[in-house]
Design a protein around this ligand. Structure first.
Ligand code: 3PG
Length: 213
């Protein structure tokens, strides 16, 4: 299940975690990321305009893979999917959200930090899960320890991933992709100029190319 999406994740390498307060920022954000070669975004449901932003990004950049993040329940998942979200990310493991997304055939990346979480995800046929908050749960050392018994299972760490450590994360075979906010921090585009987002995203993609070719 979801093999095509997992292949896509591997190619993307980095999925920026985008928190947008204004729908007007969605279109220039999508263009800046795509120009930098960063062809995806996880738009978080932490802000009221998340669904609208997903729709705006998909319309602005039809080739971009746009998903929804911080999805805590089925109602949010439905709103995200109706808006065009192509994948769903949750900070934790929700049996409800996972089952619902599988029923709808939409890829879902639940947050799994314990062996029990991962066992539950694997029981549903999931082979990649989010690992959040990565830094606080032991980062790469914990991921490597979890990868040993869960052979073939892979992770998308977010939380504390940055320019300082993304190369190390991406070099680990158990990492499908990394998530993070460092290239899309609100301070980078507060004045409406998205060139700093583009530049930071381009630098991040240089690391993906260096590690993964
Ligand atoms: C997430 O939602 O995945 C994290 O908040 C991203 O964490 P970061 O800001 O440390 O990249």
């Amino acid at each position: 299940m979801y093999e095509k999406f997992y292949d896509q994740l591997e190619k993307l390498g980095i999925v920026p975690v985008v928190v947008l307060e204004k729908v007007e920022d969605a279109e220039p954000m999508a263009h800046a990321l795509m120009h930098a070669g960063m062809r995806s975004a996880e738009v978080t449901f932490r802000t009221a305009c998340a669904a609208e932003c997903i729709a705006a990004m998909r319309a602005a950049e039809p080739e971009m893979c746009v998903g929804a993040g911080t999805v805590l329940n089925n109602e949010q998942a439905d709103r995200a999917i109706d808006a065009g979200a192509q994948f769903i990310v949750s900070p934790g493991y929700s049996e409800d959200v996972v089952s619902h997304c599988i029923e709808l055939n939409v890829p879902v990346l639940p947050g799994c930090v314990t062996p029990s979480d991962i066992t539950a995800a694997i029981a549903h046929g999931l082979h990649v899960t989010k690992f959040f908050p990565a830094a606080q749960y032991g980062g790469l050392a914990t991921i490597k320890a979890l990868a040993a018994p869960f052979v073939g299972h892979r992770f998308m760490p977010t939380g504390g991933v940055s320019t300082a450590n993304v190369e190390e994360y991406l070099s680990c075979p158990a990492i499908a992709a990394c998530g993070g906010t460092w290239m899309v921090k609100p301070a980078l585009f507060a004045d409406g100029d998205f060139s700093r987002v583009e530049q930071t995203a381009r630098e991040a993609m240089d690391v993906v190319r260096k590690v993964r070719g």
